[in-house]
Write a protein that binds this ligand. Structure first.
Ligand code: ZN
Length: 52
């Protein structure tokens, strides 16, 4: 199974890389809830402040 979803934080298995990318998250994924600093790292970025 390969696809562009693996470019996204949501699909990253490496927890070290994932945690680095999620430092001070600014967005979260509307589909799976993953948090990221870079909106391009999740499949459906939503401003994280709208969740609080
Ligand atoms: Zn996602």
């Amino acid at each position: 199974m390969k696809g562009r979803i693996y470019d996204k934080l949501c699909a990253i298995d490496d927890s070290g890389r994932a945690s680095a990318l999620s430092t001070e998250p600014t967005v979260f994924c509307a589909q799976c809830g993953a948090e990221a600093h870079d909106p391009s790292s999740v499949c459906e970025p939503v401003d994280i402040q709208t969740r609080k």
